[in-house]
Ligand binder design. Structure first.
Ligand code: NAP
Ligand code: HSE
Length: 427
């Protein structure tokens, strides 16, 4: 007998998933012994070209019906957003139906409540596709590495911004053109501002931090900067200095608590993350025994994401057929959140300064006053003005910030034109 599946969403991910479930039905059955039946697909607009054909009555614009339908044994949520997705997922769990979702925004915001509801209902809530697109990362982190005391997770977790940064730095493509192309290719969120402002990456960082360290920090506690403030000229200067700019998500366990952050940062060209191009993602996981593991692959797009969703569907279907849970429960403690001001990084600064004797000495004095050591300085002169490219050594956020404030107060500095963190960890 088949397993009845209800899907919320028939867009980039939902469409790819439906095609795969229908076209590969026999292959999946031969491999797993499971007959997966797409019984309902909920969308917003019925009269839209979707690239898949379903029997009459399967496609509906009544999403509550998909959850309530008795023949639907499992819910797949690939519609995105908080509402109505959150309440529909809760309703399915409370009705004893396992849920598979790709919705990182929802998991990051309401994870503990959803995990608790799934536990009480005795069903699985699976979300492999929520981080890293087609890369298996949730299961390895939560299951395979359960015995490891992890210390740091760092990576590129947003395909859209990595696609944009790659296109801008390698082909000189304009930001807007690159973003439009990422949207066309199905990498971007329905509202792409969540990609470029770092909201999407922050949700993923919160999930990774929670699973890596077993305590939930939540998306609101993730320090966040996006890529919208980057000037293409700094991508060029980065290349000249031997760096590539990437939007990084970093989560660390410190004595003060867990720290999670998302920001653009320069990485050395020979760093493993530097070669992650286009919409690919890569996530490194560090722990005392495993040292450093690197997971990489396609991080966005309908097909790779549908592959991760399908893997979860098969797990949930096996559980339904076996009448027992296979996937481990997600149990989390409340965790302390470390102060971002204590986080130490190197910085790249581009300063516009007056080209006259003594300027460098004044600038160096400001850095010295705030305990920030200078690692390198490059100067480009044009007329009476000079551009200074300064890379500092590592120092806490609050000291680096105070140094920049001090520089802005110097009469010889006309502009702190750019300030970008530099990730100093080398392979
Ligand atoms: P999408 O292309 O915008 O598709 C969303 C689908 O949900 C559409 O079919 C839409 O219906 C339907 N929908 C949205 N709100 C609805 C509502 N209120 N009522 C009924 N139907 C509604 O989005 P997507 O790219 O497939 O992303 C879906 C989810 O997967 C999101 O949570 C996203 O974060 C996640 N995800 C996406 C990717 C990716 O690369 N795209 C990767 C990983 C995870 P219509 O078609 O009628 O508008
Ligand atoms: N918009 C997301 C990205 C999709 O670009 O990474 C994958 O989660």
């Amino acid at each position: 007998m088949g397993i009845g599946i209800g899907i919320l969403g028939g867009g980039t991910v939902g469409g790819a998933l439906v095609r795969r479930l229908v076209d590969n039905r026999d292959v999946i059955a031969a491999k797993t012994g499971l007959q997966l039946e797409v019984l309902r697909v909920g969308v917003r607009t019925l009269d839209k070209e979707r690239g898949f054909d379903l029997l009459p009555g399967v496609l509906t614009d009544n999403v509550a019906d998909v959850v309530a339908d008795d023949s639907v044994e499992m819910l797949v949520e690939v519609m995105g957003g908080m509402d109505p997705a959150g309440d529909l997922v809760l309703a399915a769990l409370r009705a004893g139906k396992p849920v598979v979702t790709a919705n990182k925004e929802l998991i990051a915001a309401r994870g503990p409540e959803l995990f608790q509801t799934a536990e009480e209902a005795g069903v699985s809530l699976l979300f492999e596709a929520a981080v890293g697109g087609g890369i298996p990362i949730i299961r390895p982190l939560w299951e395979t590495l359960a015995g490891e005391t992890l210390t740091k997770v760092m990576g590129i977790v947003n395909g859209t911004t990595n696609f944009i940064l790659t296109a801008m730095s390698e082909s000189g493509m304009a930001y807007k053109v690159a973003l439009a192309e990422a949207q066309r290719l199905g990498y971007a969120e329905t509202d792409p501002s969540s990609d470029v402002t770092g909201v999407d990456a922050a949700a993923k960082a919160a999930i990774l931090a929670g699973l890596a360290f077993g305590s939930w920090v939540g998306a609101d506690a993730v320090y966040r900067e996006g890529i919208t403030g980057l000037d293409p000229v700094d991508l060029q200067f980065a290349a000249e200095l031997g760096y590539v700019v990437k939007l990084l998500a970093v989560a660390e366990r410190t004595e003060e608590g867990v720290n999670a952050r998302v920001y653009p940062a320069m990485v050395l060209t020979h760093h493993p993350l530097a070669s992650v191009r286009g919409a690919r993602n890569a996530i490194s996981i560090e722990g005392p025994a495993v040292q450093r593991l690197l997971f990489s692959g396609p991080g966005a797009g309908g097909e790779p994401t549908a592959s991760a969703v399908l893997g979860d569907i098969i797990t949930a279907a096996r559980e339904l057929r076996a009448g027992t849970l296979v996937a481990p429960r997600i149990r989390l403690a409340d965790g302390g959140v470390a102060d971002f001001g204590d986080v130490s990084t190197m910085w790249y600064l581009r300063l516009m300064v007056v080209d006259q004797p003594g300027v460098l000495a004044q600038i160096a004095a400001v850095f010295g006053h705030h305990g920030v050591s200078i690692r390198s300085v490059r100067q480009e002169c044009s007329g009476d003005e000079a551009t200074l490219l300064i890379v500092t050594h590592s120092a806490p956020e609050r000291a680096q910030q105070a140094a920049r404030d001090g520089l802005r107060g110097l009469g010889v500095v006309s502009n702190v034109a750019a300030a970008i963190r530099v990730e100093s960890t080398e392979s």
